[in-house]
Write a protein that binds this ligand. Structure first.
Ligand SMILES: [Zn+2]
Length: 404
């Protein structure tokens, strides 16, 4: 071992190698700082008086499976400029840490491929040490994400844990990165985001969200110039929910045994796209029977298939005509489910048609949510919410989230 190996192999610069000891399967390197290098850690003055030493050990990169410690007598000095007694700075480790920076970098490198538990086991340190290393690294990179270039975003909430806790997620649709994680759901959750956004002077042009979003008013208030785009998948999903309710109501009201039998088990068929119906399981036939017996159900079903076309019109004005036709058809059907849905669409028409100005959706956010769910399922829990939120901010870096 030598001073230059300590530098090249373990990233420790400005210290002289003294000796190596082997104790209980561990390797201990003792190093020393050149007395001429000593200075006040605050003002940098060399006008100092040495006042004793403090012995410390730092975990460093392992050699094979053996733990390696760097041992150092840290000089205490009295600064004649500051008139304060202090310990000199340790050049190779962060304040209050018991491991070197190269150890930290190695743990982060391993964290890209392994769970916290794996890295902790491999390096023979506690789970908390690795978590702490990851957390401080994430804080450095994600505590204050740059918002200046934000143009199009998606906003939605996710549930966490079993206690119906919520987080609000804002996603940059251009980069696919989470730019904000707020506590709870609804407009309050976004307050810190608006503040940062104002500060960043970003110019947001469009926001994707779903029609039932609790954020609509907050967005209108804080982003007066931006267009709200209601996610088209959510519109169809909402229609499907109403259609299921409607079928259930018809089933309850069905009088004859035949009507009941035919309606039974059609729920999934009604939600499927016609081209996805399974011929071998007789699905097209069963759906047809149900609809022949029940005209309102048939109308509602065809109206849904029709509504899908709203998002494949050639331009915004054709889409507007299409939407108006759909709404008036639905109203004239006198079927309460359709009449109500037509009212919902009419109330949200601007945001629905905005799709033709900004063809965005909350789809990317949905995919991010699925990754977050994978992360939640890992043996992690929510002991440290700040860490969990930072993990969400970094979730685009992982193909699947390693946490446990
Ligand atoms: Zn000083």
């Amino acid at each position: 071992m030598s001073t230059s190996l300590i530098y090249h192999g373990f990233g420790i610069r400005g210290y002289r190698y003294i000796n190596t000891k082997y104790k209980g399967g561990e390797i201990l390197f003792t190093i020393r700082q050149d007395p001429l290098e000593l200075c006040c850690p605050v003002c940098g003055s060399k006008d100092i008086i040495c006042r004793g030493q403090v012995k410390r050990q730092f975990r460093s990169l392992p050699i094979g499976k053996k733990r390696v410690w760097i041992c150092l007598q840290i000089q205490r000095i009295f600064c004649l400029v500051c008139h304060v007694l202090r310990q000199v700075k340790v050049g190779f480790a962060d304040k209050r840490r018991t491991y070197t920076r190269s150890f930290e970098r190695y743990a982060l490198e391993l964290s890209r491929h392994m769970t916290i538990r794996d890295v902790a086991n491999h390096l023979d340190v506690s789970w908390d040490v690795i978590k702490d290393i990851q957390k401080r690294n994430l804080q450095k990179r994600y505590k204050r994400p740059k918002l200046k270039k934000l143009k199009q975003i998606a906003i939605d909430e996710i549930t966490i844990g079993k206690g119906h806790r919520y987080l609000t997620i804002v996603l940059d649709l251009k980069t696919g990165m989470v730019v904000f994680v707020g506590d709870g759901k609804g407009s309050e959750a976004l307050e810190p985001f608006w503040k940062r956004l104002k500060h960043s002077k970003a110019n947001i042009t469009a926001i994707a969200m779903d029609m039932s979003s609790a954020y609509i008013n907050a967005v209108i208030e804080n982003l007066k110039e931006a267009a709200i785009v209601f996610d088209h998948f959510h519109v169809i999903k909402l229609f499907n929910e109403k259609l299921s309710d409607f079928r259930r109501k018809l089933y309850r009201e069905a009088i004859t045994a035949l009507q009941k039998r035919v309606l039974k088990g059609t729920r999934w068929l009604l939600l499927k796209r016609p081209d996805n119906l399974d011929e071998s399981r007789n699905e097209p036939q069963r759906l047809k029977e149900a609809m022949e017996l029940n005209q309102p159900l048939a109308i509602a079903y065809y109206m849904k298939e029709d509504l899908r076309q709203l998002w494949s019109q050639k331009d915004k004005s054709s889409a507007e005509t299409f939407l108006n036709d759909w709404i008036s058809q639905a109203k004239s059907s006198k079927i309460s489910m359709l009449v109500k849905f037509a009212q919902t669409l009419a109330a949200h028409r601007t945001g629905i048609l905005s799709y033709y100005d900004y063809p965005i959706s909350t789809g990317p956010l949905e995919r991010t949510n699925n990754k977050i769910k994978t992360m939640k399922r890992q043996a992690y829990g929510f002991r440290d919410m700040e860490f969990f939120k930072l993990k969400i901010m970094a979730i685009h870096e992982t193909k699947y989230a390693l946490v446990g």
